[in-house]
Design a protein around this ligand. Structure first.
Ligand SMILES: [Fe+2]
Ligand SMILES: [Fe+2]
Length: 474
């Protein structure tokens, strides 16, 4: 369905036919804008940014591009088209018609899922609000803002569901989404990782590669939901999310490319020499990968989860690409988990498959993460450099699930606390790494110019040249 841009809130849900809902959302809109102006990107609210906006929700040409001031961005409500006669794809209600309204018995669980997802969207905008001040180029600055406005739109996507389907409680939750703030000691964001500031660009690219991809897998699971409006909302969010991970993958790829150039120029792989030339050495990059990947592992929840089993049984949250599986009910199936045993041992524990849902989603995520890693390694190999970026084991540095509190090496072998401490500086970013990365963060805003630690992109955005004035600063 085409998007109606004539209304105060752009939408493709016929908002004007439901006066009460429209009024409620129009009441929330200025609160959202106040939040954006006070906690969105700092220092650029008056800049003209070359942004894309959705014009329709189909795969062809969904975007138009143009310079807009971010507070004037047309945030709206865009659902993927309704699939005719869609039926429930998994769980105990398999094959029955999907729900257009929230079933009473699943109200609390669905509200919870929507609020938790919704909370991460504005959280990431808050985490990244200072990054513009140290952007490596105008091209990157524009990409940061594109990600930020779309996370803002994802908040709209969840707030619409809360308003439209959860009554007064939903409206209260929508207000709360603007009242919790990333890192606020009194009223923090729901998930721990979303309370850590992202104040350097290496972390931003890691976040968009690894953490936004966790978002992708959460959305893919929710896009299978029997609650049809949630499924349709998440489907469209996924098309936006793809760009965020592109930013991460190409950002890290360009950092690697720059490191390889410097290594070739100087004919060395000595990290200190590479740092002296202003680039980021590959071992440092690997430590950041280890850190970000392992914190994302926890976002999927515990390997064994009765909540996840309940969500699956009830048809609330499925597996990504549920249609590609054979058994959609998993009533008697089991799943083998590798869990810690004794001090430094490993054993297999067989659990009901429904209880291992988080682990199945996590494994699909890991496979998806490998695609970019393989591309980065191809660059490194092509340059004739003997180094391989690897993803650590899903057991490494866990704070959630059976591996929490157990030390392992990056390959996942259990080790003692002393051995972990002794190797920590090889495996995880050190204070010196962080200080070095911070020292590189200087704003570059001349069109086409790049900071010394990152190579230019292969091409610009929307067929524009790399030196296009993607952000007009005022
Ligand atoms: Fe998002
Ligand atoms: Fe995202």
């Amino acid at each position: 369905m085409a998007i109606n841009y004539q209304e105060r809130i752009p939408n493709n849900v016929n908002l004007s036919t439901d006066r009460a809902l429209q009024r409620a959302l129009e009441h929330w809109q200025p609160h959202f804008l106040d939040w954006w102006k006070s906690l969105g990107p700092e220092g650029f609210q008056a800049s003209d940014v070359y942004l894309r906006t959705a014009t329709s929700v189909d795969a062809k040409g969904w975007a138009t591009f143009g310079h807009v001031k971010m507070p004037d961005y047309r945030w709206g409500i865009f659902l993927a088209d309704q699939e005719k006669d869609r039926t429930i794809g998994f769980g105990d209600e398999y094959g029955k018609p999907v729900w257009q309204e929230v079933p009473g018995e699943h109200r609390a669980a669905l509200r919870n899922l929507i609020v938790t997802q919704g909370d991460t969207e504005p959280a990431s905008v808050e985490q990244q609000r200072l990054l513009g001040q140290t952007c490596p180029s105008l091209y990157d600055l524009r990409n940061l803002f594109q990600v930020n406005v779309e996370e803002g739109r994802h908040l709209w996507a969840m707030v619409y569901l809360l308003h439209a389907y959860f009554g007064r409680q939903g409206r209260e939750e929508a207000e709360e989404l603007l009242h919790r703030h990333s890192g606020d000691p009194d009223n923090p964001r729901i998930l721990g990782t979303f309370n850590e500031p992202i104040d350097d660009w290496l972390s931003f690219f890691m976040f968009t590669y690894f953490t936004d991809r966790d978002g992708k897998y959460q959305l893919k699971s929710l896009a299978e939901s029997s609650f049809d409006p949630l499924a349709r909302t998440c489907q469209f969010m996924l098309t936006e999310e793809a760009h965020h991970m592109f930013v991460g993958e190409t950002g890290i790829g360009r950092i690697i490319k720059r490191a390889l150039e410097v290594m070739k120029e100087l004919n060395t792989d000595d990290p200190q020499a590479i740092r002296k030339a202003g680039a980021i050495d590959l071992p440092l990059l690997q430590r950041y990968v280890n850190f970000w990947f392992s914190s994302c592992m926890d976002l999927f929840g515990s390997e064994k989860s009765s909540n996840a089993a309940t969500y699956f049984a009830a048809g609330l949250k499925g597996r990504p690409d549920e249609a590609t599986f054979e058994d959609h009910i998993l009533k008697d199936a089991s799943y083998d988990l590798t869990v810690p045993a004794n001090e430094v041992g490993v054993t297999i524990e067989s659990v009901p498959a429904r209880n291992a849902m988080n682990e199945m989603v996590r494994q699909a995520y890991i496979k998806d993460c490998m695609i970019g890693v393989t591309r980065w390694n191809r660059l490194i190999k092509k340059a004739g450099v003997d180094f391989e970026i690897t993803l650590p084991s899903s057991r490494f540095r866990r704070a959630v699930g059976p591996w929490a509190g157990h030390h392992t090496d990056p390959q996942g072998n259990p080790i003692s606390a002393e051995a972990f401490e002794a190797h920590k500086a090889e495996w995880l970013p050190t204070e010196a790494d962080r200080i070095y990365v911070k020292s590189l963060m200087k704003q570059v805003i001349e069109p086409g110019k790049m900071a010394a630690w990152i190579a230019p992109p292969d091409r610009g955005i929307d067929s524009k040249p790399v030196d296009y004035e993607y952000v007009k600063l005022h």
